[in-house]
Design a protein around this ligand. Structure first.
Ligand code: BG6
Length: 489
């Protein structure tokens, strides 16, 4: 890794505290940051550097995967952190930031590589990236990279505008758009399981796969994010990014080689082939739900509309289920069911590949409800793979039972967190697991008509009681196709 300065905008915010500082520290302890690097935190709140280092320390000890090492080790790490407070909307303030960066680079003999991380409200991305350019911060002898968080826009038009703005200061290959699901171990593992095992790829098509199901359920409600969430809803918060990214990973063709652009090219082809629904078709293929009062993990919880800072008449969806189709040769007529929501009974993210049943002969005609073969990618909180096969029950008279072959990816030491892996990649200049503009753009083109249809429709979302797997309509959708949800059942 080359030495670099890491500038974090929004350094006193939640993301920096929960994810970025702990990830940096873990990378440091694991020896991935052994070269010279400096971190400059930028925030609105005035504070001494010593106070900021204390903030980083608290973040690491509360949220770190690895325990904090007291003494010299910690001091050495903390000494790399600086802090500067200013109003990031003020163009003139960036001159002082440039001075601090240059001074750090001189003192630590760094070579001018700069990584800018925008852990701030997305509506500020454009302005900040303009100011970075105008102040000369991007005019460096080393490399420069911009890392931005989601959401990238709130529809296609706004995403395009934002992209145009950022592009004035950074080239596409210098922009790292985060989708933290792409940093998850088992999401990255999908392509390895698919392309490094001869037993799956020959079956990975509409001749052998009956349907695919992707569930990302959460037990939490809207928490303290109502001001964002009530505008976004589950469609923008989860489907436009994480869910579609998982669809791409499962459905892409094998890339010609394992390099960033070859992989992203194949992902984009999935998005091009993803059937777009017009506003009239939306109701048939997409279900939106909103939680009502119910029994959550910690007892009774209130309805979404009663959450603080949520409009009591809100029609924002906290649940989405949809039936998708990839209109290409490989996937013709294979439904891909996706489902995500808040206040569901379990926190679980998994992808189920359901293989087709065998002809109704031999065992299949004896027992019609024989479980189909399932390959399950467990993304979170369990990480691993389960392959469900049918086998003879021991001793019993030709009774057939499903048997699971399990691989657990997180039964030993805790694997790296998504942010560790993504930060590390960005530091190395590897953008494979970040989203390219055309992926984002096509995702919005799929989402926009759904949003428009819902916005025009005065009907409220379907209700589901907190602590359940979603509204009845999400069951009807799949049952009417002669199938069933596997996750959580
Ligand atoms: C975020 C969403 O992108 O992903 C949150 O904004 C959601 O609403 C979170 O809770 C889920 O991530 P994970 O890694 O916990 O599945």
């Amino acid at each position: 890794m080359q030495p670099f300065v890491f500038l974090i905008f929004g350094a006193t915010g939640d993301l920096a505290k929960r994810k970025l500082f702990p990830a940096l520290y873990n990378l440091y302890l694991d020896g991935h940051l052994n070269n010279e690097f400096a971190v400059i935190g930028i925030g609105r709140t005035e504070m001494e550097v010593s106070r900021f280092r204390m903030f980083v320390r608290e973040a690491v000890s509360e949220f770190g995967r690895l325990p904090l090492q007291e003494g010299v080790e910690w001091e050495r790490f903390a000494a790399r952190f600086d802090y500067i407070a200013f109003d990031i909307m003020e163009a003139d303030a960036y001159a002082s930031l440039l001075a601090v960066v240059e001074e750090r680079e001189r003192k630590m003999q760094l070579t001018g590589n700069r990584m800018f991380y925008l852990a701030i409200a997305p509506q500020l991305f454009g302005t900040v990236s303009n100011h970075l350019k105008r102040s000369g911060l991007t005019n460096t002898t080393g490399w420069k990279r911009l890392v931005v968080e989601k959401p990238f826009g709130h529809d296609h038009a706004s995403a395009e505008m934002l992209n145009e703005e950022i592009k004035r200061s950074f080239a596409e290959e210098e922009i790292y758009r985060i989708d933290h699901y792409l940093g998850k171990e088992m999401v990255q593992n999908i392509q390895v399981i698919r392309f490094a095992n001869s037993m799956f790829e020959p079956l990975w098509n509409n001749r052998h796969i009956d349907n695919i199901q992707i569930t990302a359920s959460e037990t939490v409600g809207v928490e303290d994010r109502a001001s964002y969430y009530d505008r976004a809803g589950a469609l923008l918060d989860m489907v436009q990014n994480h869910m579609l990214q998982m669809v791409m990973m499962v459905c892409m063709e094998p890339p010609s080689r394992l390099n960033t652009e070859a992989i992203r090219d194949e992902k984009v082809k999935v998005m091009r082939a993803l059937r777009r629904y017009n506003e009239e078709e939306v109701d048939r293929h997409v279900v939106r739900g909103q939680y009502t009062e119910g029994k959550g993990r910690q007892g009774m919880v209130c309805a979404y509309r009663e959450e603080s800072n949520v409009n009591p008449a809100s029609t924002t969806e906290t649940f989405v289920a949809a039936r998708l189709f990839i209109d290409n040769f490989r996937w013709a007529d294979v439904p891909i069911y996706i489902r995500t929501g808040k206040r569901m009974p379990e926190k679980v993210t998994e992808i189920v590949i359901q293989f087709k049943a065998l002809p109704k002969r031999l065992y299949f005609n004896k027992n019609d409800d024989l479980t189909p073969n399932l390959l399950i990618f467990r993304i979170n909180p369990k990480e691993g793979i389960t392959l469900l096969l049918n086998a003879k029950k021991q001793g019993a008279d030709s009774q057939i039972v499903p048997v699971g072959m399990e691989y657990c990816n997180n039964c030993g030491d805790a694997p790296p967190e998504a942010y560790e892996s993504l930060l590390h990649d960005a530091m190395l200049g590897d953008s494979t697991f970040f989203t390219r503009w055309d992926e984002v753009s096509l995702a919005w083109k799929f989402i926009d008509p759904i949003r428009r249809a819902w916005d025009k429709n005065p009907r409220s979302p379907e209700e589901y009681a907190a602590g359940t797997w979603g509204p009845a309509e999400s069951y009807k959708m799949i049952i009417n196709d002669g199938k069933r949800w596997w996750t959580g059942e």
